[in-house]
Write a protein of this length. Structure first.
Length: 126
């Protein structure tokens, strides 16, 4: 799907304006775009709230979509909690022993980890 964030926001606003009551329904393509965009925002070390604001959604809606996509049978192939945890090394940290950052789908960020600590946290989450 070749969609931009601006196009996504316009479609969200259109759907909100067209609703009579309750939350608007979103097609699978829009949900998939939002989940993909949110994952890239999370991978960059930002929060679900930041991604939701960027997309023009509530953070509760985006969190629900991320959770649903993480479950087996959800929007992400293979699903599962550990597939959604992002572990990254800080590029400015050089060879620092405590340079890893972990980000969960819900936007929780744990930084300053060494490899042993990151491995222990991943084991605890599984």
């Amino acid at each position: 799907m070749a969609m931009t964030v601006a196009e996504f926001r316009r479609e969200v606003e259109r759907r909100r304006g067209a609703r009579r009551r309750g939350a608007p329904r979103y097609p699978a393509e829009l949900v998939a775009f939002a989940v993909q965009r949110a994952r890239s925002v999370l991978a960059a070390g930002r929060s679900v709230n930041a991604a939701a604001t960027e997309l023009g959604l509530s953070s509760m809606t985006l969190s629900a979509w991320l959770s649903r996509s993480a479950r087996p049978g959800g929007a992400s192939p293979g699903g599962g909690r550990l597939r959604e945890v992002v572990v990254s090394a800080s590029p400015s940290s050089g060879v620092s022993e405590h340079a890893l950052t972990m980000t969960t789908p819900s936007g929780h960020v744990v930084s300053g980890l060494c490899v042993v600590q990151a491995a222990a946290l991943l084991r605890a989450l599984s």
